[in-house]
Ligand binder design. Structure first.
Ligand code: 5GP
Ligand code: ZN
Length: 113
C-alpha cells in the first residue's frame, strides 16, 4: 500500500529495528517506546485496522496471535506483558495498518488512560 509507513518497513523501503520476522508477520521496536520493551507486531498484509478484519483473515490473525508468546519470550518478557490494539479515532489509532503493541518490562496500569 502506497504511503503506508508500516508497509514501507515490511518492504524494507525504510529501516525498522526488527525483533522478529517470518512470511506472515513482522515485529519491530516502536520509535517512541512507552515501556522498556515496546514492539509492534504487524501482519505483512496491509489490513487498515481491526474494523477491516474478516474471516478471510483467520489464518494471518491466528498466526499472529500464536506467535505473540514466542516474540515475548525472545524479548525476555517472562514476567508478563500487555498486548494492545488501538482501533479507530476513539481508540487513538494513528497508523492505519493493523498492529499490536507488545509492552513489557514494567508494571502496567489498569485501567489504561
Ligand atoms: P497507534 O497509535 O496507531 O496504535 O500506534 C502507532 C505506533 O507506531 C506509535 O506507537 C508510534 O510511536 C509508532 N510509529 C509511528 N511511526 C513509526 C515508524 O516509522 N517506525 C516505528 N518503529 N514506529 C513508528
Ligand atoms: Zn500498510
Amino acid at each position: 500500500m502506497d504511503n503506508c509507513i508500516f508497509c514501507k518497513i515490511v518492504n524494507k523501503e525504510i529501516p525498522g529495528n526488527i525483533a522478529y520476522e517470518d512470511d506472515v508477520i513482522i515485529a519491530f521496536h516502536d520509535l517512541e517506546p512507552q515501556a522498556p520493551v515496546h514492539v509492534l507486531i504487524v501482519p505483512k498484509e496491509h489490513i487498515p485496522s481491526l474494523y477491516e478484519v474478516t474471516f478471510d483473515h483467520m489464518e494471518v490473525m491466528g498466526w499472529l496471535m500464536a506467535k505473540v508468546k514466542d516474540i515475548a519470550a525472545e524479548l525476555g518478557l517472562e514476567n508478563g506483558y500487555r498486548l494492545v490494539c488501538n482501533c479507530g479515532e476513539d481508540g487513538m489509532q494513528t497508523v492505519k495498518h493493523l498492529h499490536f503493541h507488545l509492552l513489557g518490562k514494567r508494571k502496567m496500569q489498569w485501567p489504561p488512560g
